[in-house]
Design a protein. Structure first.
Length: 512
């Protein structure tokens, strides 16, 4: 079935190169032109185009750029998070438990499931315990998910509901991920996730996002075909994890293969090689400073390797043989170095996800190996102080976005929702200004220019041209801003940006 066609008239094209080539914002104003989209793809860009039967949208001189992408989303989790109890303000385990207890007391059903998220235990005096939750939750099963999604805190009722043995404290990394994939089977969780996902897609479209790479811990590639009929057009690359890789191999689904029409395709093999900063499990070259006595850092002072080098080599080799890209999660500098070793040795294509802390010598290696850096700049707004606490010598090498681009690395921006809000304009603002409060930018030498941030948000597409996907964002103002604009002013402007309209594959899916 052909995709829609559309003629956009009177648009001003935002000039974008690759993030590497994008420099300061040019002065002056672009001359309005027209953009013809046939069967979901741009076929002509020129003034004075006349409709050949396709619908016409008179843009009236607004600015047009390629559709935005979020390169890292956990879609079902981000959907479910819209209805979870927010624990982000808790400064200790007792404070988080008190929030859960107050919520439980207000629920009409005395035994309904409580889902909560957003706590950051990295600076708590002690980790939470199962007993902390049992003391406040009554008969309610409680599942609390950390802000970074790398650990989960359950009460005894939830452990019994999931058929898990009694325990004293929270779960983390591989143990937790195995449980996290089963949460959808709990009462109401899947429904809440799917309900929230519909709202998530609508919000993304309204922000100019035309597609996501879905890194959901469940089998995203199996879930998305059933969703297509209930959603307006949206592009998705749906990932697979090692646990279900054999099924993708057997089905012969390489990256890019259609899963449900041309818009929903097979994505990468996602491998979580290490942990996270806020759980103190990112695998690093230097040990973490002492935290509290029951911290996992006591047993793992350098963080956690979820897979050995040989296991990673085997998985990457299988992915290459199956035609799959690899999205290799690596947050700590030791994990990034190992990821580059593995991708260079196997020749597999793909990305390093997060690359939050890097050794300087590994930045040019990323470019030489041809690995994309899929990064989430909004994380630095939350992790600024935690980085100074946990990586006291690593802050200059954290979120080294400018160094990557200067070295020729293909940098792509995303959110990691629900870890950070799924807002590309927030991500761009964080990349440009590196501060969300009154403090000066954090290591401003690693900030991007506005054109670089814009170019890193379009899935690699530059200025709209024939051959591009028919994915267009219409903006009232030039998103590059004015010459001489300061980073704080640029960040505020970017955060406030909302498109006039979003076009996906030749169809207007959002407008105001």
């Amino acid at each position: 079935m052909p995709l829609p066609s559309l003629l956009l008239t009177g648009v001003r094209l935002v000039p974008l190169g690759t993030p590497i080539a994008a420099g300061p914002a040019p002065t002056g104003h672009a001359t309005p032109t027209d953009v013809r989209i046939i069967d979901g793809r741009v076929t002509e860009v020129a003034p004075g185009l006349v409709s050949r039967g396709e619908p016409v949208v008179d843009a009236g001189g607004v600015w047009a750029m390629p559709g935005l992408w979020d390169q890292h989303v956990h879609a079902l989790q981000a959907g479910a998070d819209r209805e979870r109890l927010d624990l982000s303000g808790a400064t200790s385990a007792p404070a988080a438990a008190a929030l859960i207890g107050a919520h439980a007391a207000a629920l009409p059903d005395p035994s309904s499931l409580i889902s909560a998220s957003g706590y950051r235990s990295v600076a708590w005096p002690r980790l939470g315990s199962v007993a902390d939750l049992d003391a406040v939750s009554g008969a309610h099963p409680v599942v609390a998910i950390s802000a970074d999604c790398h650990n989960g805190w359950l009460n005894s009722a939830a452990l019994r509901l999931l058929g898990l043995p009694p325990r004293e404290g929270p779960m983390q990394e591989s143990e937790w991920f195995a449980v996290m994939g089963r949460l959808r089977d709990l009462p109401g969780v899947r429904e809440a996730g799917e309900r929230g996902l519909r709202g998530l897609v609508a919000d993304l479209q309204a922000r100019g996002v035309v597609g996501i790479v879905d890194m959901e811990h469940s089998a995203a590639y199996r879930d998305w075909p059933a969703r297509v009929g209930a959603l307006s057009p949206f592009r998705v690359r749906a990932s697979v994890y090692p646990e279900t890789l054999a099924q993708v191999e057997a089905a012969g689904l390489p990256s890019g293969a259609a899963l449900a029409g041309p818009l929903v395709t097979m994505g990468p093999l996602k491998i979580i090689s290490d942990g996270s900063l806020n759980t103190r499990t990112a695998w690093c070259c230097e040990p973490y400073p002492a935290a509290h006595p029951d911290s996992p850092v006591t047993a793992n002072p350098l963080g956690v390797q979820n897979y050995s080098r040989q296991e990673l080599l085997a998985l990457a080799g299988r992915a290459r043989a199956a035609g799959l890209d690899v999205a290799l999660h690596a947050i700590g500098d030791a994990a990034v170095a190992q990821a580059l070793d593995v991708m260079a040795a196997t020749g597999v294509r793909g990305s390093i996800e997060h690359a939050q802390l890097v050794r300087w010598q590994d930045v040019p290696r990323m470019a030489a190996v041809g690995v994309r850096a899929s990064v989430q700049p909004a994380h630095l707004l939350d992790d600024r102080d935690v980085t100074d606490l946990c990586w006291p010598t690593g802050a200059p090498r954290s979120f080294a976005l400018r160094a990557m681009i200067d070295a020729g690395v293909d940098v792509r921006l995303g959110s990691d929702a629900p870890v950070a809000p799924p807002d590309p304009w927030l991500a761009m603002a964080a990349a440009v200004h590196r501060s969300a409060d009154d403090r000066d930018p954090w290591h401003p030498e690693q900030a991007l220019t506005v054109p670089q941030a814009l170019a890193a948000s379009t899935d690699g597409w530059g200025t709209i041209a024939p051959g591009h996907p028919g994915d267009v964002v219409l903006l009232q103002e030039d998103p590059r801003g004015a010459p001489g604009e300061g980073s704080a002013q640029a960040a505020a402007r970017l955060r406030a940006t909302r498109p006039v309209a979003t076009v996906i594959a030749g169809r207007v899916v959002a407008s105001r």
